[in-house]
Write a protein that binds this ligand. Structure first.
Ligand code: F6P
Length: 336
């Protein structure tokens, strides 16, 4: 018979994402509602290695659901990749009497959590781990959606809508770099939402003539006088792309790198609600001893999947959405 879960640790790791605080809040409140105490581990896995933690009660997570960032701080931990680092982390877990850890972050965070749980099992210490997918990149294989993606899209869209005003006034071309690490989900969603002239993503090999030059020329013939090129940071250098547009189209683009602004801001309704439901489901899975898991979304529905299986999953990029983008560009100048 499994022992009742008495104490859960919660941490955020990797790049922060708007909505992480909502997830922390949901984990703490759901745990307390089940009579489970909660410990906030600060600065990701380094918090376990360096014993950097705080007790969490219901008021610890008041007034944070609308705040971007993470009140537990976050970090990437090289030491946690070492055996010594994991042993230090485990001794902290034992010291704190943790029965489980909820790790909010990307798949690298989940791998670390699984490794820790396995190392604990070798010492006959049952330490369940539950992952909550949170990254603005939306690039976690097991989940169709990751916390922070919607807010980051809205932030980028708001910035590009502002850019469009001045590009229109000066009849210019804007080349905008958005985040996404090695994925193009952010760039494609933002590109569709701002009506970009062209979108460059790592998942699609670049044909400069076809993907940029021809699109600008056709848009110009269709009467458009300003052009928006959205570039995923993993798809190439905006400086080089801008230079080639200058050389091959004869216009002088302006480059804007949105950068870390996409990681901040008050989380959107979607991110707040998703984070809250994921936090609740993570605690429920732990309390019901469902083993190491990831709370993911599949086709819009929350699902709790076995962590080892979740980490094997790959995400398929839906290229048909790229076709939708292309068919909506105002470049139907009558040329077949
Ligand atoms: O993974 C989220 C992310 O914002 C990526 O889109 C980006 O490439 C990376 O983090 C930036 O990492 P850092 O915050 O360490 O500069």
């Amino acid at each position: 018979m499994d022992q009742k879960v008495k104490r859960i640790g919660v941490l955020t790791s990797g790049g922060d994402a708007p909505g992480m605080n909502a997830a922390i809040r949901a984990v703490v409140r759901s745990a307390l509602a089940r009579g489970i105490s909660c410990v906030g581990i600060r600065r990701g896995w380094n918090g376990l290695i360096g014993s950097d933690f705080i007790p969490m009660d219901t008021s610890s997570v008041s007034h944070i659901i609308d705040k971007g960032g993470t009140l537990l701080y976050t970090a990437r931990s090289d030491e946690f990749r070492t055996v010594e680092g994991q042993n230090k982390a485990l001794s902290t877990c034992k010291l704190l009497g943790l029965d489980a850890i909820v790790a909010i972050g990307g798949d690298g965070t989940f791998r670390g959590a699984l490794e820790l749980s396995r190392r604990a099992a070798e010492l006959n210490y049952k330490l369940q781990v539950a992952g909550i997918p949170a990254t603005i990149d939306n690039d976690i294989g097991c989940s169709h959606y990751t916390i922070g993606f919607d807010t980051a899209c809205n932030t980028a869209i708001e910035c590009i809508d502002k850019l469009r005003d001045t590009m229109q006034s000066h009849e210019r071309c804007s080349v905008v770099e958005v985040m996404g690490r090695h994925a193009g989900y952010l760039a494609l969603s933002v590109g569709i939402s701002v009506g970009a002239t062209a979108v460059l993503i790592p998942e699609r090999e670049l044909n400069f003539e076809q993907d940029i030059v021809d699109k600008i020329r056709r848009a110009r013939l269709a009467g458009t006088t300003h052009y928006m090129v959205v570039v995923a940071e993993g798809a190439g250098s905006t400086t080089e792309i801008s230079q080639r547009i200058h050389e091959e189209v004869g216009i002088d683009p302006r480059v804007t790198v949105l950068g870390h602004i996409q990681r901040g801001g008050s989380p959107s309704a979607k991110d707040r609600e998703t984070a809250s439901c994921m936090g609740y489901n993570a605690v429920q899975a732990i309390a019901e001893h469902r083993g190491n898991c990831v709370v993911a979304t599949q086709d819009g529905r929350l699902t709790v999947m076995e962590m080892e299986e979740a980490l094997k999953m790959k995400k398929t990029f839906h290229m048909e959405r790229y076709q939708i983008l292309e068919s909506l560009i105002n470049n139907n100048c009558g040329l077949v």
